[in-house]
Design a protein around this ligand. Structure first.
Ligand SMILES: [Zn+2]
Length: 285
């Protein structure tokens, strides 16, 4: 049975903390390095529901993509939502470890998992990491479809193969436009428009797209935009990461039990399609 420190060392080899963005807060949030680990739960968000799930499961370690505290704090009091998570974890001897931007740019990383979920063939990173001589690490991925399809069909593919959320899939573009090459980036992607346009792809799959960046991008090129729920674009990484740890556990004879949380922690909980109301813009007269 491995100690937490051994498991963390293996995770750090997959996603070296030194490769995280400067503003990020990755690594071990809580946990005793000498504690034994038997069960590991992977999830996107270190929220109360996930902490409670780990307790029910009897997990000794949670690995999440998002940090618990991104900025400094002066309290872990249980009267705060994040402090409550810390209390729950420590009371039940559960460690929490975060791999965020260091997992985004890894090989394989978050966007490889997203491409895999959509059955897209990855051809390389969207924004290559200059420190990788192999040219495989970096932010986002450029992908190809085996057979071109219309934006309408590609949207249906995203809706069917990403985990279901209240948001579903939002799209900007001509539904009949042919899609052959695609850029994908798990999580918030609207800072990447310039690189996506330069790559000359037909569509960009990401999350959290805002009015102005989308409006400007649509004015500049016929690039189709496919916006899924943030959680849905990153959840496939949990399965990929669990499989990576399974392989390490097998090599080392650790006998770890890994689990991937199916709890939807996307914060949006409902979506109402618009209803046509006479006298409002868009209504037939
Ligand atoms: Zn994210």
């Amino acid at each position: 049975m491995p100690r937490l420190s051994e498991v963390i060392a293996a995770l750090d080899a997959l996603w070296p903390p030194s490769r995280a963005e400067q503003w990020d807060a990755v690594g071990t949030v809580c946990g005793d390095p000498d504690a034994e680990v038997t069960r590991v739960l992977f999830a996107v968000d270190p929220v109360r529901e996930i902490a409670d799930e780990a307790v029910t499961l009897g997990a000794d370690l949670i690995v999440t993509h998002h940090p618990l505290y991104l900025r400094g704090t002066t309290t872990v009091g249980a009267g705060t939502p994040k402090g409550r998570v810390v209390h729950t974890l420590i009371k039940h001897d559960i460690a929490l470890h975060v791999a965020h931007t260091n997992a985004d740019t890894a090989d394989p990383g978050v966007s490889d998992a997203l491409a895999g979920a959509l059955d897209l063939r990855v051809t390389g990173p969207l924004v290559p990491d200059p420190s990788d001589p192999a040219g495989r690490r970096g932010l986002g991925r450029l992908c190809e479809l085996d057979h071109p399809e219309t934006l309408r069909e590609f949207t249906a593919r995203c809706a069917a193969w990403l985990p279901p959320t209240a948001q579903g899939i939002r799209v900007a573009g001509d539904p009949d436009a042919p899609i052959r090459r695609v850029a994908v980036s798990g999580g918030s992607g609207d800072s990447l428009f310039e690189q996506v346009r330069a790559a000359g792809v037909d569509a960009f799959v990401t999350a959290d797209l805002r009015h102005h960046p989308v409006s400007e991008a649509r004015e500049q090129s016929p690039l189709a935009l496919v916006d899924a729920a943030h959680w849905a674009t990153e959840w496939p990484w949990c399965e990929q990461a669990a499989a990576q740890l399974d392989a390490i556990s097998e090599r080392n004879g650790w006998g770890l039990r890994t689990h991937v949380s199916r709890t939807v922690t996307d914060p949006w909980t409902a979506h109402a399609p618009s209803v046509t109301t006479p006298s409002l813009p868009g209504a037939p007269n």
